[in-house]
Structures are given as structure tokens and as C-alpha cells.
Design a protein around this ligand. Structure first.
Ligand code: ADP
Ligand code: MG
Length: 314
């Protein structure tokens, strides 16, 4: 629906997007988004990461028309949110962070109402298919207020999909959702992605982002501080940790490792964290032998997204 003849290269394009919330009462204004530029390519599985209060929901809610921006421009599927609002809205489905479901409707009614809101003709509605996909078909007649937290979240995902938008945005969709349901939700989202839907996800489960997202932007205090392919982001942190279990117990400090981060592990192993651009494993092993340490076992730990995140947002 609504897609231009040839789809745009970018699903979302924000330029100089800015938001200051006026302070409530005596509260000071909050500069929640500081003129950010963010481009989300069509077809990507994009992660938007940042600590609490970084501005993630503000960004998403501007796209969805729930928050009025203070400056800048944003295009959704090539449609400017100010001058082409209807098409912009029709191109995106947003699963909000807050659960906002009318308690008096059952899932089937909730989807029908949402479809009506988006002007989806009755003949084109896919209520059953969508409810089955999110595992709520059996609950189609249950009042929303009787649904569990996880079910409500899945109903929100279903609602976001009624108009078959080419972009699906999920704002912390798995907060408070148990592991099984999370798997199920991700299976569904992965399938949508495989069908060509651009996925934008905010989460504070970094492992989840690392596993799912091909591109990641990190936002902190209202600014984008990194935006690149996930693998590149992780390789940015040019460090590894060599963990060595010695034959005999050691008493630190150890001479000869002053230029490397040295830590004892509770197991009696010691860990050498080094920059791969400055040291090689070969060199470190030489130094360990020269220090007269016999090696019982060793392993190498790679950095993960968590390490990068901590380093960048510190
Ligand atoms: P995130 O989703 O990354 O946790 P938010 O976008 O929710 O961050 O919030 C960004 C900043 O804006 C925070 O400092 C938050 O307190 C503030 N903020 C969010 N919504 C409002 C609001 N409606 N009024 C005033 N301040 C707000
Ligand atoms: Mg948020």
C-alpha cells in the first residue's frame, strides 16, 4: 500500500531532528534530541540502543506523530512527516513502549478497529492471519484486560501490522516478556523481515540486538554517537582478553605486564586484556613463559556489544 512506484533507498531519514520538552510546573526544559541525523536503510534490521532517557522513544514517537518535534525534518518511506503526513503514517507501524490497549475490546475487535482507523477495506483485512502469527487466535474473544502482559505486548505488535506497513518499529517490545514469548515474538519479526519489512528495534537487551540487528545506532543524551554495521561496531573495540590458568597458584602483581590490563579471576586464572593492534597472542605467551609461569589452560575472550556500549556511553 502507499508505496511509491520504486521504493526509496531509505526507510527513514531524519535530518537535524530536535526536541525540547517544556518543563512541567517548575521543571526545567529537557533537550531530549539534539539535532540528530539518522538514516535507516530500506530492508535493514536496525537497532537503536541507548541508556534510559537517551531519547529513543522521543525519536520514535516523533515518527509516529505522538510527540511534536522542535526542529529538523523526518521522512518515512520517502514521505515527509510534515507535508505528507498521511502517507508517512501509512508507511509505518509502531509498537509503543507503553501498553495502551483498550480493556473493553477483545483482540479481534481491537484489530478490526485499528484496520478501520487506517482505512483498510474489509476485504483486505488479515485479522485471522495476524492474530495467528502472534499466537493470539485462541484468545480472539477474550477481553483485553484478561490478557497477560506478554499477550498484550503481542496484541500491540498485531495492531501495528494491520495496514501492512513496509516499516515496523518496536520500542522495547520484550521488556517484561518471558523468554519463550520473546523467542516467539522474534521468530515472527524475523519472518516479517525476511518478507522485506524494514525493522527498527529499541532494546536494552544488548545480546538481543547483537543477535538480531544488522545495523546499530547508539544514542546517548540525545545525540547519535555511533551508527554502523553491527560487526563493524564490535570490531571497533580493538581488544581481546587472554585468560590463562597457571599450573601453580600465582600471587600478583606480576612483573612484565605493566603495560597490559591485568586481572585475577576468582578461579585462580589471570586475564590479560590487550589491544590487538598493539600486542599479539604470540608476544603475550612469550612474556608469560619469561615470567616463569607454566600454563595449564588458556582461552581468548572476544569483546561483545556490551563492551562497546559501555565504552561509548561511559
Ligand atoms: P528513552 O526512550 O531513550 O529512555 P525518552 O525519549 O523516553 O528516552 O526520554 C528522553 C528524555 O526526555 C528523558 O530525559 C525524559 O525524562 C524526557 N522526557 C520524555 N518524555 C517527556 C515528556 N513528555 N515531558 C518531559 N520530558 C520528557
Ligand atoms: Mg523509551
Amino acid at each position: 500500500m502507499l508505496a511509491p512506484a520504486s521504493p526509496p533507498d531509505n526507510a527513514i531519514e531524519a535530518r537535524g531532528l530536535d526536541k525540547t520538552y517544556r518543563g512541567q510546573g517548575k521543571g526545567k526544559p529537557v533537550h531530549a534530541l539534539k539535532s540528530i541525523d539518522l538514516v535507516i536503510p530500506r530492508g535493514s534490521f536496525f537497532g537503536l540502543l541507548g541508556p534510559n532517557g537517551a531519547g529513543k522513544s522521543t525519536f520514535i514517537n516523533i515518527l509516529g506523530g505522538l510527540v511534536v518535534k522542535s526542529g529538523g525534518t523526518a521522512k518515512i518511506w520517502g514521505h515527509d512527516i510534515d507535508t505528507d503526513t498521511m502517507n508517512a503514517r501509512g508507511s509505518i507501524g509502531i509498537v509503543p513502549q507503553e501498553i495502551n490497549i483498550d480493556p473493553f475490546f477483545n483482540p479481534q475487535e481491537a484489530l478490526e478497529i485499528q484496520a478501520g482507523y487506517y482505512g483498510v477495506p474489509k476485504s483486505e483485512r488479515q485479522t485471522e492471519k495476524i492474530l495467528r502469527a502472534v499466537g493470539l487466535w485462541e484468545k480472539r474473544d477474550a477481553y483485553a484486560r484478561t490478557l497477560s502482559g506478554g499477550m498484550k505486548r503481542r496484541l500491540l505488535v498485531a495492531k501495528a501490522m494491520v495496514h501492512s506497513p513496509p516499516i515496523l518499529v518496536l520500542d522495547e517490545p520484550t521488556a517484561g516478556v518471558d523468554v519463550d514469548l520473546r523467542r516467539q515474538l522474534w521468530d515472527h519479526v524475523r519472518e516479517l523481515h525476511a518478507q522485506g519489512v524494514t525493522i527498527v528495534l529499541t532494546t536494552h537487551y544488548l545480546e538481543e540486538a547483537q543477535e538480531l540487528c544488522d545495523t546499530i545506532a547508539i544514542i546517548n543524551h540525545g545525540s547519535v554517537i555511533a551508527c554502523e554495521p553491527t560487526s563493524k561496531l564490535i570490531s571497533r573495540l580493538d581488544q581481546k582478553t587472554l585468560v590463562v590458568t597457571p599450573q601453580a597458584p600465582l600471587t600478583p602483581p606480576l612483573a612484565g605486564f605493566e603495560d597490559i590490563t591485568f586481572a585475577m579471576r576468582p578461579t585462580g586464572a589471570f586475564a590479560l586484556t590487550y589491544k590487538t593492534s598493539q600486542h599479539s597472542v604470540e608476544e603475550l605467551l612469550d612474556r608469560i613463559r619469561r615470567a616463569g609461569i607454566a600454563i595449564k589452560d588458556l582461552s581468548i575472550e572476544e569483546p561483545d556489544l556490551e563492551d562497546v556500549f559501555v565504552e561509548l556511553t561511559a
